[in-house]
Design a protein around this ligand. Structure first.
Ligand SMILES: [Zn+2]
Length: 110
């Protein structure tokens, strides 16, 4: 976790996170980039111990098991470095750092 924290320091916090659509988050980053990701894409990038093996770093979560129509039901700020998201499938243990969100949203097809 210390490694990830070091990396996330280099990604500025988003100036704005938009959640007008229930299945999508939009980001306005402080470097001027605006992008977005679906709740399903974010859920598939969940770094929690239920989704990624803590010791080997291998994915436990089968991305195909996450439905494309997934929505986020709750979004809350975690410190000043991440957000916690509750998804409509009940998953709520993921903490998404700015660096992780930026990686996911940059890779998104949206
Ligand atoms: Zn997870």
């Amino acid at each position: 976790m210390t490694e990830a924290a070091g990396k996330s320091d280099r990604v500025p916090a988003p100036a704005r996170i938009g959640r007008r659509e229930p299945s999508k988050l939009t980001f306005e980053w402080q470097d001027g980039v605006e992008n977005a990701a679906t709740a399903a894409e974010i859920r598939r990038g969940c770094p929690c111990a239920h989704c990624v093996d803590e010791h080997t770093g291998r994915a436990i979560l089968d991305p195909a098991s996450v439905p494309d129509h997934l929505t986020q039901t709750e979004v809350s700020l975690v410190g000043n470095y991440a957000i916690g998201i509750v998804f409509s499938d009940g998953h709520r243990t993921g903490i998404f750092t700015w660096a992780n969100l930026r990686r996911i949203s940059d890779a998104s097809d949206l």
